[in-house]
Design a protein around this ligand. Structure first.
Ligand code: 5RP
Length: 250
């Protein structure tokens, strides 16, 4: 009995994963096909969805012989660009990008994003801020009315290591909620970002109607805060892959 219920559970888990991966793949494909042109500079986001975008980009670059320079937003993105034999660039040589394609943890009705589930929010925000447009690709579970409806892990905030306690206290005192230091896998100490910093995850109170532009500004002003995973007013377009195989754009 135990075995059969285990197999049923793991089978339904793998069906869900298949559906999510297919949703990510179709969203990524549409976004790359609609936003990448010859002779362009593209920011490459981080996470699991972006893998599908880079795969599609590599296909197009090869078959259409496109000249595309890719600027990574993380060590993971850099590796993906290299593995897919794409042309690697950086912000020193390409401070202006045509487009950045990235994933998100949650997208609300105003296209405000929570990002940084993978801890790469600072470089993602820098690269996005240098691009003419930020295009988001996501599966259907990321779409929500209000932040916090779908994504339950809170808003990631990158901090300078010595400041993680005072920053946590200040956020809690100012806005309420709960702030935790993100730990590395197997709890082997704090997770360290590509920039050598720590990540705080802020589980904000969902009963208050928080004004995200001012929340973002207030938190960014706390000494020791490097960047927040709140992306306000930056998104140009979102591609959501749906369970029925279609893509919804907003
Ligand atoms: C990493 C990010 C990712 O884009 C976000 O976490 C979404 O990841 P995934 O595509 O794996 O769901 O912001 O810092």
């Amino acid at each position: 009995w135990h075995f059969s219920s285990y197999f049923k559970q793991s089978r339904s888990h793998s069906l869900i994963m298949e559906s999510l991966n297919e949703a990510k793949r179709i969203a990524a494909r549409r976004a790359i096909d609609e936003h990448v042109e010859d002779n362009s500079v593209i920011g490459i986001g981080s996470g699991s969805t972006i893998v599908f975008a880079v795969t599609r980009l590599a296909e197009r670059v090869k078959s259409e012989k496109l000249n595309v320079i890719c600027v990574p937003t993380s060590f993971q993105a850099r590796q993906l660009i290299i593995e897919n034999k794409l042309c690697l660039g950086d912000l020193e040589t390409h401070p202006e990008l045509d487009c950045t394609v990235d994933g998100a943890d949650e997208v609300d009705r105003d296209l405000t994003l929570i990002k940084g589930g993978g801890g790469c929010l600072t470089q993602e925000k820098i690269v996005a801020s240098c691009a003419k447009k930020l295009v988001i690709i996501a599966d259907y579970t990321k779409k929500s009315e209000r932040l916090g409806d779908q994504y339950k892990k809170g808003i990631p905030i990158e901090v300078i290591p010595i400041a993680y306690v005072p920053v946590s206290i200040k956020i809690r005192e100012h806005f309420g909620g709960n702030v935790t230091l993100r730990m590395a896998k197997m709890k082997a100490g704090p997770l360290v970002t590509d920039n050598g910093n720590f990540i705080l995850d802020w589980n904000f109170p969902t009963d208050k109607n928080l004004d995200w532009p001012s929340v973002n500004e207030t938190i960014t002003m706390i000494p020791g805060v490097v960047e927040t995973g709140l992306f306000v007013g930056m998104t140009s377009k979102v591609y959501f892959g749906l369970p029925d195989g279609s893509v919804k754009t907003t």
